[in-house]
Write a protein that binds this ligand. Structure first.
Ligand SMILES: [Zn+2]
Length: 57
């Protein structure tokens, strides 16, 4: 379901945590644009930016 493979080493920076681009809390994770982002935050925004937005939850 998720578009990103978060197990890929490119999505994980062990050397430092940076503020998440969405929520501002520190994270070692990187999204596909190499921006710091939690998995859940990125997936939320991927959903929002995707073709289908689920309003019924
Ligand atoms: Zn976040």
């Amino acid at each position: 379901m998720a578009a990103l493979d978060w197990r890929d080493a490119r999505h994980y920076d062990r050397t430092r945590s940076l503020p998440c681009r969405w929520c501002g809390r520190p994270t070692p994770l990187r999204d596909e644009q190499r921006s710091p982002s939690h998995k859940v935050c990125a997936e939320q925004h991927l959903t929002v930016e995707g073709a289908e937005v689920d309003h019924d939850r």
